[in-house]
Write a protein that binds this ligand. Sequence first.
Ligand SMILES: Cc1cc2nc3c(=O)[nH]c(=O)nc-3n(C[C@H](O)[C@H](O)[C@H](O)COP(=O)(O)OP(=O)(O)OC[C@H]3O[C@@H](n4cnc5c(N)ncnc54)[C@H](O)[C@@H]3O)c2cc1C
Length: 379
Amino acid sequence: MSRWAYNETMSEISESKHASDFHIIGGGLMGLLTAYELSGLGYRVTVFDRQEMGKESSWAGGGILSPLYPWKYPKPINQLSLWSQRVYPRLARRLYEESEIDPEYQLSGLLVLDADQFEQARSWAHQSGARYAEMGHYWLEYSEPAIRLGLDAIQFPHIGQIRNPALLRALIQVLWQRGVKLVPHHPLNEVISEKGRVCAIRVGEEKVRVENLILTTGAWTASLVDVPGFESGIRPVRGQMLLFKAGAGLIKHILLKDGRYVIPRRDGHILVGSTMEEVGFDKSTTDSALKEIFQFACDLVPALENTPLAQRWAGLRPASPQGIPLIGPHPTIRGVWLNAGHFRNGVAMAPASVRLLLDQIFQRNSILSLPPYLPSNKT
Ligand SMILES: Cc1cc2nc3c(=O)[nH]c(=O)nc-3n(C[C@H](O)[C@H](O)[C@H](O)COP(=O)(O)OP(=O)(O)OC[C@H]3O[C@@H](n4cnc5c(N)ncnc54)[C@H](O)[C@@H]3O)c2cc1C
């Protein structure tokens, strides 16, 4: 099926119950947060998703509010993440107040436990001004007694976390209260343009007139936005997760070792991840990954061996070249905007990514320099 149709006459497009100032495709964190900001400014917004809202990558992720090893990432990623880190406490509080659902933001701090990363971690902290503390093994044993003995750590106390499903539930509740139209089970099938400008979309069986179309379609973005002369380079990368149900307080910090992590939630659930698998759009879980993640978790926190497993799942990260998201106008169709390709750090970068897109739509001074993110620079 052709995703993009040109020069179709406007007369064929019926007026719709979905009339809005902005139409957003994709009800993950990026789409819902965009709707939150736009509705806060008084605009009428409709969000379409091909399934229930907020059930893909944004639900599946760990909610660590920083790239895992920030020194390994290019500046445009760290800039989005640092800006968002400052915003999250207030955003979480406002969502809690409006929805009465607590997104469980907490400044748990992060411990890097890979000795071979310490040198780079220190020099990154000095350059970026991030606070850190050296934790020798005596201090670590005292502060986190459940961690295996003999490890040293570097602590980043400014790194927090949020509980993804709770964040999404809070956003959905607020949007619903504000009268934003959330329309599940309506896949975007076609974008219709006239004289190089978007004029309508076909979602499910319905044809809807649009003026401003924002695509926040995560790992599925390439098939929707790529046209001759423009390749977004966005593809799915599967990550599997394991959830333990431990007693509250077994672990206090987020732990990072060998590229894997342990995230303690407030109620005692402990989330452990993840894998990086190039398997297309396959979201199934595998026993081999379960075994690997379980082994990693028990090596690091031996008490987990006797802790019940609560759940396992997989999600599809929207990978983009270098992990830098595409934020800005579609290079060939006016009125179409992209905010996608956040790879492993979409939760960490979401508030700044949304702000950067809205800065462009409303032609405001932008919070960051735009070129690294512009879709037109990826052609
Ligand atoms: C295992 C795992 C762990 C992660 N851990 C972290 C972490 O700790 N910290 C962090 O910052 N990030 C993490 N991430 C990454 C983060 O979750 C993503 O970068 C982010 O959620 C992307 O948000 P999104 O809204 O762009 O995509 P999604 O949440 O995937 O939303 C895209 C939406 O678009 C919809 N859609 C797609 N095609 C169509 C269509 N044709 N029509 C209508 N709707 C459509 C989908 O149904 C979906 O709801 C993790 C991801 C995974 C999988």
